[in-house]
Structures are given as C-alpha cells and as structure tokens.
Design a binder for this molecule. Structure first.
Ligand code: 13P
Length: 246
C-alpha cells in the first residue's frame, strides 16, 4: 500500500506570528513522518525551529534546477537540503501559469531535487477548458510522463505525484472523489508501466479545495493517498483535522 500524506501548501501566506501560533496549537496524532508543510522559503528555517516538536516535516514550494551560480532570486536544492528541508513542490499550477514553467523545467528540477536528497512532489493538472474539451487524461498523463523523463527510482518514496485540477484550486469546487479517482487510476497505470518495481507504491495525492469536510470521501478512493492542501492548511485546527483523517 502506498503511504498516505497530508501536505499543507501555505503559498505566499502566514506571518511569523501566524507560524508560531500554528505550531503551538497543532495537535497531531499518529504522526508517521507523513504530515508535511511548505511555507514561504524565507520561513523554512523558522518552521524548522518549531516543527520537530510536532513531527511535521518542512519543504519548499519551488527550487532551481541549477547547482549554484548567477541565478538571482533562485533557490538551490543543495541549500534547501543543508538547512533541513525534506521535500520541494515542483510544477505547481501557479508556477506553470504565472511563471511560465514548462514540463521540461519540471523534469530538470525533479532530477536536481532527487540528486540532492529532496523528495520532489510533482504537481500536475488540467485547466477547465482542457477538461471541457475532454483532454484531461491526455494533459495529465503527458505532464507526468514528461516530468519523469530519464528519472530512475531506487524506491517508491523518492517521488510523490499530486494531481491538482486547476479549476479546483482555491475555488471551493472540489473534484468529486470519482472524478479524482478516474485520473489517479490512470496515473497509477502509467507509473506501473514506467516503474514496474515501484509504480504501484508511489503516493498519489489529490489537491484542489480539500477540506476537513471532504477529505474522508476522497481518501476512500483506491488510488488517492492523501492531500495537497492550500487554504485549509493555514489554520492549526483544520490542518490537524485533515491529518487525523489521513
Ligand atoms: P486550495 O486547497 O486552497 O484549493 O489549494 C490547493 C493547492 O493549490 C495546493 O497546492
């Protein structure tokens, strides 16, 4: 069975006092290193001060595919690993749509993250127009395939895939568990084809308006192994509830 994860993506939110308050009020049960949070990069170190008491692991929202050098504003994977980050999101739809990240960028970043010991959480998902044109599976499967070009895996926990339909992000419109499972099942088949030894065990997360009220139903689906959560991860009570369901 793939491991279940609950990952809070704080995006460009949370002040220092919000962070202190969050960790002081977080109540997690049965934490098996599977509750993760990604704050703004400037707050990773602050989160790493508070997180050990709760067992939450901390990661980044983005990384560079370069080692080091003249890349103003970029964040090196090695630096993230050095300060204690555990993972990095890659190819979030906001990075793709607002900052022009391509499948090739996603592939290069994933390779660099793995080589520095970070777990890439590779995000994929279709827009509403693509869904309406019946392109969902084509788009999502090609995003997954392109992200994984020339990536060999030694075990199933080296990568995580997150399916986040763009039309469900921050809109309150969650995909139904059946809509999500339809896509997850196809991603699963592709992963088994690409990685016969590990594909069945790679964790597949769903994201897009996940909240305590809908997480149980989503997690009841065979190929949904957790959530990647924006808005509902910002408050300690709702993140605690999401983790409990996980
Ligand atoms: P919401 O949970 O706010 O819809 O955001 C989802 C998301 O983008 C997580 O990466």
């Amino acid at each position: 069975m793939p491991k279940n994860y609950m990952i809070g993506n704080w995006k460009m939110n949370q002040s220092l006092s919000d962070i202190q308050n969050f960790f002081s009020q977080l109540k997690l049960e049965n934490n098996q290193n599977n509750f993760w949070i990604t704050p703004q990069s400037v707050h990773i170190s602050e989160c790493l001060k508070h997180a050990p008491a709760t067992g939450v692991l901390i990661g980044a929202q983005n990384c560079s595919h370069e080692d080091f050098g003249a890349f103003t504003g970029e964040i090196a994977c090695r630096s993230l690993a050095e300060i204690g980050a555990h993972f990095t999101l890659i190819g979030h739809s906001e990075r793709r749509s607002l900052y022009g990240e391509t499948d090739q960028d996603v592939n290069q970043k994933a390779k660099k993250a793995i080589s520095e010991g970070l777990i890439p959480v590779i995000c994929v998902g279709e827009t509403l127009a693509q869904r309406d044109n019946s392109q969902t599976l084509d788009v999502v499967l090609s995003q997954v395939k392109n992200a994984l070009v020339n990536i060999q895996l030694h075990n199933e926990s080296e990568i995580i895939i997150a399916y986040e339909p763009v039309w469900a992000i921050g809109t309150g419109k969650t995909a139904t568990p059946q809509q999500a499972e339809e896509v997850h099942a196809q991603i699963r088949n592709l992963l088994i084809e690409l990685y016969p030894d590990h594909g069945a065990e790679i964790s597949l997360l769903y994201g897009g308006s996940v909240k305590p009220a809908n997480i149980k139903e989503l997690l009841s689906m065979q190929n949904i192994n957790g959530g990647l959560v924006g808005g509902a991860s910002l408050k300690p009570e709702s993140f605690s509830d999401l983790c409990k369901a996980c």
